[in-house]
Design a binder for this molecule. Structure first.
Ligand code: MN3
Length: 290
């Protein structure tokens, strides 16, 4: 028999499991204190993480399983910014490992009934036994699912000049209105010295070790930040050191660039601008501003 849980029941179950796991360990004979259900902490994930415009982030709702999403382009399409071999290993091996390990961690957990992006929003309330595994692997899964969709074959960007088929997503160029105006307002300029691109690149290159650089929308404005490992701003500032709705993310783990760029992370960041899918970033921005 399959037990169908509604959203509220999933949340209550996760909270109960978390509270139980958080209880101090006692000797075997002593039962832990009873916590009445109404006293259990409630971790309420929002209806939407604002990542809706990205579509499926690699989740099979029927089977309640994370799945490796197909790339929206061929391995070699992002060359010369990112080489085909790096893309293949990054997607087929690294991302797949996050998916497999996320499913392993979620086995038997009511959290498996939630979309991966929503799991991130309520990670602080996840049972301590699996929290770090979810942090690393559901985090890794969402981060990479986002990353692939926020890039496109270089093409100068869709500037609305009629030279591009709107259905064909193109990388590079500049953000469309009104995101461009918001970027200029917040960071001074888009591409001029010390403007947005420089500030984002600084976040990417100064992240020590493995992590991500992010452009997030929060409080009706924009901010740049970076997170360690596979943390995502959706996890909140306490856990990720950064909060907001992520609208652009750059993977700065060595596996993302080392084959082609070796230790030159800054060069990888510089050429990465040529594959950024600004129309997708703009859609995330619009969703976050609602
Ligand atoms: Mn990666």
């Amino acid at each position: 028999m399959t037990i169908q849980l509604n959203r509220r029941e999933v949340i209550a179950l996760a909270a109960a499991a978390s509270a139980a796991a958080a209880l101090p360990r006692m000797s075997v004979a002593q039962p832990g204190p009873y916590i009445p259900p109404e006293k259990l902490p409630v971790f309420e994930p929002p209806e939407d993480s604002k990542l809706g415009p990205l579509g499926d982030l690699g989740y099979d709702a029927e089977k309640k399983l994370m799945v490796l999403p197909k790339l929206p382009y061929a391995f070699g399409d992002l060359e010369p910014s990112i080489d085909a071999e790096t893309m293949e290993i990054h997607h087929d091996r690294h991302h797949k490992a996050y998916v497999d390990n996320a499913n392993k961690a979620l086995e038997g957990s009511p959290l498996a009934a939630l979309r991966p992006d929503l799991i991130l929003t309520m990670l602080a309330g996840a049972p301590t036994k699996i929290r770090e595994k979810l942090r690393n692997n559901v985090g890794g899964h969402v981060n990479h699912s986002m990353f692939w969709k926020l890039m496109a074959k270089p093409g100068g960007g869709d500037k609305g000049d009629g030279k591009h088929d709107a259905k064909v997503e193109v990388g590079g160029g500049e953000p469309p209105f009104p995101l461009m105006e918001a970027i200029k307002l917040t960071f001074g300029s888009f591409g001029a010295k010390d403007g947005f691109k420089d500030q984002f690149a600084a976040a990417a290159t100064s992240r020590f070790g493995s992590g991500w650089a992010w452009l997030v929308a929060r409080d009706k404005g924009l901010a740049i930040c970076s997170t360690a490992n596979q943390d995502n701003p959706l996890m909140g500032s306490e856990m990720a050191g950064c909060t907001g709705s992520p609208i652009l993310g750059l993977d700065v783990w060595e596996h993302a660039y080392y084959l082609k760029y070796r230790n030159k992370r800054a060069d990888y960041v510089t050429t990465w601008w040529n594959v950024v899918n600004w129309s997708k970033v703009a859609q995330l921005y619009a969703a976050a501003m609602k």
